[in-house]
Design a protein around this ligand. Structure first.
Ligand SMILES: Cc1cc2nc3c(=O)[nH]c(=O)nc-3n(C[C@H](O)[C@H](O)[C@H](O)COP(=O)(O)O)c2cc1C
Length: 246
């Protein structure tokens, strides 16, 4: 794999596993992706495991009802340069607690953030969970979901839950190789944390993000960069010749 360690600031990678078991195949899969990534570029990792924080989410509806640890994890997600997200398949979808966690993420915080999708399931037949469950969720956030996701089944792991199949290792290598050029062009290259702090503080204010949405009906498109500016970059208008005399 080419050496991409030229990125000066370590990329701030946040991993989220929706697995509820411990040990967890999903956590092992995500760890394998992180290991592969760390061989290629300099990264700083914050790994959020629903197997640890799941019980803390409880019946919270508003963000300010969550314990500080979960609020800190949400802030980490919102400040990440890139996310690696993975979930076991539960009834053909992500786990309920995985979704419950992302329900609290500020809805404009992930615009353009690269997201690598991963899942583990009992059956090959649910591999498209990456495409019909995970990708739409992160499309809602206007994140940049990476083209290659990684799906594993129970057969890919040893009884100790380490990755054993060569096919899965190859897929992890491919997913990371295809991610690297995008991560190098990641909007902030290690600088998102500072840029998003204010937004996170706002989301953490008394009402909590869900209550704000109920009250203000804010849509994520509010955060889309100015379309006129984007259009004029693509089709620059010819400069008027001011010296021209009609
Ligand atoms: C409640 C529940 C529902 C499940 N539903 C599915 C399913 O719909 N499709 C599938 O392929 N596997 C299903 N499985 C199997 C898990 O997705 C699979 O064993 C996964 O690798 C477990 O990951 P973990 O070790 O990280 O918990 C289900 C398991 C549980 C406990």
């Amino acid at each position: 794999m080419p050496n991409h360690k030229t990125i000066a600031t370590p990329l701030n990678i946040v991993a989220v596993s929706g697995g509820l078991n411990s040990p967890s195949k999903t956590e092992s899969l995500i760890q394998a992706i992180l290991d592969e990534l760390s061989e290629a570029i300099s990264i700083k990792v914050h790994f959020i495991k629903l197997s640890e924080i799941g019980p803390l989410l409880g019946g919270a509806i508003y963000r300010n009802q969550l314990p500080q640890r979960v609020q800190d994890d949400l802030a980490a997600v919102e400040a990440a340069d890139a996310l690696i997200v993975g979930t076991p398949v539960y009834r053909a979808s992500f786990t309920g607690l995985f979704k419950h966690f992302f329900d609290f993420v500020e809805q404009t915080a992930l615009v353009d953030v690269p997201v690598l999708l991963a899942a583990s399931g009992g059956s090959d037949r649910h591999a498209l969970v990456l495409e019909h469950q995970l990708r739409p969720l992160f499309s809602f956030f206007q994140a940049q979901t990476l083209p290659i996701g990684v799906y594993a089944t129970d057969r890919d792991f040893t009884p100790e839950y380490t990755v054993k199949s060569e096919q899965l290792s190859d897929r992890v290598t491919l997913a990371v190789a295809r991610a690297l050029p995008i991560l190098e062009w990641a909007p902030a290259k290690g600088q998102r944390a500072a840029a998003t702090r204010a937004k996170t503080e706002q989301a953490n204010q008394n009402l909590g993000i869900n209550k704000q949405i109920e009250q203000a009906d804010v849509l994520p498109s509010a955060a889309v960069p100015d379309l006129d500016a984007a259009e004029s970059r693509l089709h620059p208008k010819p400069q008027k010749n001011l010296n021209h005399v009609a």
